[in-house]
Ligand binder design. Structure first.
Ligand code: MTE
Length: 302
């Protein structure tokens, strides 16, 4: 690992005091791991003064097609998913392949709070206080082999617990992928909760990916398998519609979705008439991640 993510901002800088104290009390009750201070990127996102969306907003307006395609479906149906016990199969080009129990993983990882901007491809956005650990730490535990270039992820598929999977909306199971350097980047989080609580089922319990500089669909939920590969893995939305959804899917206000502009967004919770705000390059994390894409034509590798 090259470096860890560090920042000198705290909740005092970004949220009203009352919210801060409140959340601290919640976090004090966190069982697993240690909670380091709140972390924020130094770039545009930090300057914006991030106020997290409410727990209600974050948990009632979701995309989790395994439970239905409407935003309210996951909150209604995801309770059907059994999330314990849970393990993740880590395989492919790793030194230590096998089934890793989530309890065991969590006992070895540092659980931190990360307040991240989250930008959905449909041009709405929110700010989420995630709890989680760096994916890099888990990959290091598994022992990445030198031939590995990509990381493939897979969501659990249980037709009896996931009513949406009875319909061929997507080619199940939901799959996603990252280039290895993206996966190892300190911003890339394996989230196990939000607002200091265990991950709500509708948000991808018990463990999901969060890649804050990419559109939301890269943040695959309820992960049961991670495979290190030497070739670019398939991704669900790219398979469904490759013209609209590329492998990289970096937030980029200058590259429009074929059917709408990506230049602006509406922050969730602002009501129907919420003002549109400009979407920053790489969702505000340009200073941190732009170097991963030096020399690449981002209109081609969208
Ligand atoms: N993961 C799975 N397994 N299935 C999905 O349908 N939807 C994606 C992503 N991860 C999805 C998924 C999309 S389109 C978005 S925008 C985010 O989850 C939404 O995360 P949230 O509901 O926690 O806001």
């Amino acid at each position: 690992m090259a470096y860890r993510w560090t920042n000198d901002l705290t909740h005092d800088d970004v949220t009203p005091k009352a919210t801060f104290l409140n959340r601290r009390q919640i976090i004090a009750g966190l069982a697993a791991g240690s909670v380091a201070g709140s972390l924020l990127p130094q770039g545009a996102a930090a300057q914006e003064g991030l106020t997290p969306n409410s727990f209600d907003d974050i948990t009632n307006y979701c995309n989790f097609y395994e439970f239905g395609t409407r935003k309210e479906d996951p909150a209604r149906h995801a309770h059907m998913l059994t999330t314990a016990p849970w393990s993740i199969q880590i395989d492919g080009l790793v030194d230590n392949p096998g089934a890793y129990s989530l309890a065991d993983i969590k006992s070895k990882m540092t659980i931190e709070e990360r307040i991240y901007r989250f930008r959905c491809v449909e041009a709405w956005s929110m700010v989420v206080p995630w709890n989680g650990f760096e994916l890099a730490d888990l990959l290091t535990l598994a022992g990445v082999q030198s031939g590995a270039k990509y990381v493939a992820f897979e969501t659990v598929l249980r037709k009896d617990e996931m009513p949406g999977t009875r319909f061929p909306v997507l080619d199940w199971p939901y799959v996603e992928g990252l280039r290895l350097d993206e996966a190892m980047h300190p911003l890339t989080l394996m989230a196990t909760g939000l607002y200091g609580q265990d991950m709500p089922n509708q948000n991808g319990a018990p463990i999901r990916l969060v890649v804050p500089w990419k559109y939301g669909f890269k943040s695959i939920k309820s992960i049961v398998r991670i495979t290190l590969t030497d070739s670019e893995p398939p991704t669900s939305w790219n398979k469904a519609n490759g013209r609209e959804y590329g492998f990289y899917s970096n937030v980029n206000p200058t590259v429009d979705h074929p059917r709408w502009s990506q230049a602006t967004e509406r922050r969730l919770g602002g009501g129907l008439f919420a003002k549109r705000i400009a979407t920053p390059m790489f969702n505000g994390y340009e200073a941190e991640v732009a170097s991963l894409y030096t020399g690449m034509d981002l209109t081609k590798f969208y």
